[in-house]
Design a protein around this ligand. Structure first.
Ligand code: FE
Ligand code: CA
Length: 533
């Protein structure tokens, strides 16, 4: 075991911390120096009306940047900057007047904002909960920037962000973290206290950003009842966004995000709610949840209208890595056997439900076929490996519940002889590393890929950890299991080696906690699966 700070210090180079002038990556922006304003406004994706910059806007009722700032979905020349004005986060409207506010934004090449690269104003509109999604383009590839917002006499905290390397670049290294499952009631977000000390280019969030339950947990309470309406989902998202550790993690680097079930409702499947409420009622709830999600995340997406919202997309890191960020919730068939008594369910191996839907599955096939990236990262929510214990304990919400759909992806990897495929997953509130074989139900078939399961930031384990670890330890393809710790996974990719560091905290039940790397594991380029210990 290794104490985290030791490893962070040992990682040479990198981006430094805000204000660290050894950060050579952030030397110049797009050629504009000084505080020369850019011509025209960069529109937010939520705009439908013109700015009201000519007429004085009403005074803000209080300090508006209670939810912090964030950035996301970087490209070689662009990144999305996010904030939301919410003087009173516990109210559906955030305590904001029913008015459009023009918010100024600045992007600088240094932490002190002495070299402003771009600036502009964007409208914060009541219909999008006064959220902003500023698409700043014309930026330099592979470059760090700092950004902040100003409205009235208030200036937001500064965030730090970066662009990806150029499409034809050959990067030597990428460092990112995967995180997921942050039930506000069951723990503090202590893993982020370690995460922000790492030199990361990106955080990839794998779902369960909020939980919709009404519950009070061991450390904190969801102050409002289970959300059903847009206003209630806004209040829930705002509660989560007030967390200081979460805000610090967003300020540290850009995020790429996908959702899972709890952003709407536990274990929902496409058009099927957990309790099978009438379709129109369910889709109205889904539309409300999707809109509130958009309003609170740094997404490169147009604002949603209605219950359908295509959010799966690719993110590329030069020729080093392709991420395919999937949506395994919105298009899936209803779970087979989920309510089967005793978990036994005859014939589950033949269930032909879809997890991705035909369109997304075809897109993923095309992307995998065309990819020339060294590392091919299938980035999604749920456990991909077979975990069936001879059929006695199957989680039908995972890929085990959709076995033919899973085998189609494995067949594609095998038939195309794709090297260096890694599946990233979360959802299950435990950490695990495992190999994937050509036939999902035959662990003697050739190893063709690897899976990295990220444990939860704060959510409780779903099952008693001790018994689960003992049972899982018997799976021949499993390399590592920890079902009792909260944490995240740190990934370091080079052109020859994929290094995985499973970071755990002592506790999420106290406001602060030490962290350590419990397991470090390696995947060598051209050799499928984990290097033997
Ligand atoms: Fe979860
Ligand atoms: Ca989940």
């Amino acid at each position: 075991m290794q104490v985290l700070s030791t490893v962070a210090a040992a990682q040479a180079g990198g981006c430094g911390s805000p204000g660290d002038d050894t950060d050579s990556d952030a030397s110049s922006g797009s050629g504009t120096t000084g505080d020369t304003p850019t011509t025209g406004d960069t529109p937010t994706t939520g705009n439908t009306t013109g700015a009201t910059t000519d007429s004085p806007q009403p005074e803000l009722p209080g300090a508006p940047f209670t939810l912090g700032v964030a950035s996301g979905d970087p490209l070689p020349d662009s990144v999305i900057l996010w904030t939301r004005l919410a003087p009173t986060p516990g109210q559906p409207d955030g305590g904001m007047p029913d008015e459009v506010y023009a918010v100024a934004w600045e992007l600088a090449s240094d932490a002190d904002f002495t070299d402003i690269v771009q600036s502009g104003t964007a409208d914060a509109e009541p219909m999008w909960a006064h959220s902003l999604h500023v698409d700043v383009d014309g930026l330099e590839p592979d470059t760090w920037y700092w950004y902040r917002f100003t409205v009235g006499s208030f200036t937001s905290p500064a965030g730090r962000t970066r662009t990806t390397p150029a499409q034809d670049a050959k990067p030597e290294r990428l460092r990112f973290a995967t995180a997921c499952c942050q039930d506000y009631t069951s723990g503090y977000y202590t893993p982020y206290q370690a995460l922000i000390k790492e030199e990361l280019d990106l955080v990839v969030f794998l779902g369960d950003y909020i939980y919709e339950s009404a519950a009070t947990g061991p450390v904190r309470s969801h102050a409002n009842p289970e959300p059903m309406t847009l206003g209630e989902y806004r209040v829930r998202h705002a509660l989560y966004k007030t967390d200081a550790d979460l805000q610090a993690a967003h300020q540290r680097c850009p995020w790429a995000m996908i959702w899972d079930d709890h952003e709407v409702e536990d274990n929902y499947a496409g058009e099927h709610s957990k309790d099978d409420v009438p379709l129109a009622e369910w889709l109205a709830r889904r539309a409300a949840a999707y809109q509130a999600y958009y309003e609170h995340m740094p997404l490169r997406l147009p604002p949603p209208s209605g219950p359908d919202y295509k959010m799966y997309h690719a993110l590329r890191w030069g020729d080093l890595a392709d991420f395919w960020l999937l949506d395994t919730r919105q298009y899936r068939s209803d779970q087979n056997c989920l309510d089967a008594p005793g978990m036994g369910c005859a014939g589950w191996q033949e269930y032909d439900g879809t997890l991705l839907g035909a369109e997304q599955e075809a897109w993923l096939d095309d992307e995998l076929t065309a990819s020339t990236a060294i590392w091919k990262l299938i980035t999604q929510q749920i456990v991909f490996s077979t975990v069936d214990f001879n059929g006695s304990l199957v989680n039908f919400d995972q890929w085990d519940g959709y076995p033919l759909a899973r085998q189609r992806i494995l067949d594609l990897i095998a038939n195309l002889q794709l090297a260096n495929v890694v599946v990233l997953s979360g959802d299950i509130h435990l950490g695990g590393l495992g190999d994937l074989t050509a036939l999902a139900d035959d662990d003697e078939s050739p190893v063709i890929a690897a899976e990295i399961v990220t444990t939860s930031i704060s959510s409780d384990p779903n099952l008693p950890p001790g018994a689960l670890e003992t049972a899982l330890d018997s799976l021949p393809l499993l390399k590592y299991i920890n079902a009792h710790s909260r944490g995240y996974v740190s990934h370091e990719l080079s052109r020859e080696l994929y290094t995985v560091r499973c970071v755990i905290v002592d506790t999420a039940l106290e406001p602060t906690s030490p962290a350590m790397i419990e397991r470090e594991a390696y995947i060598d380029v051209g050799v499928p699966g984990f290097r033997p210990a």
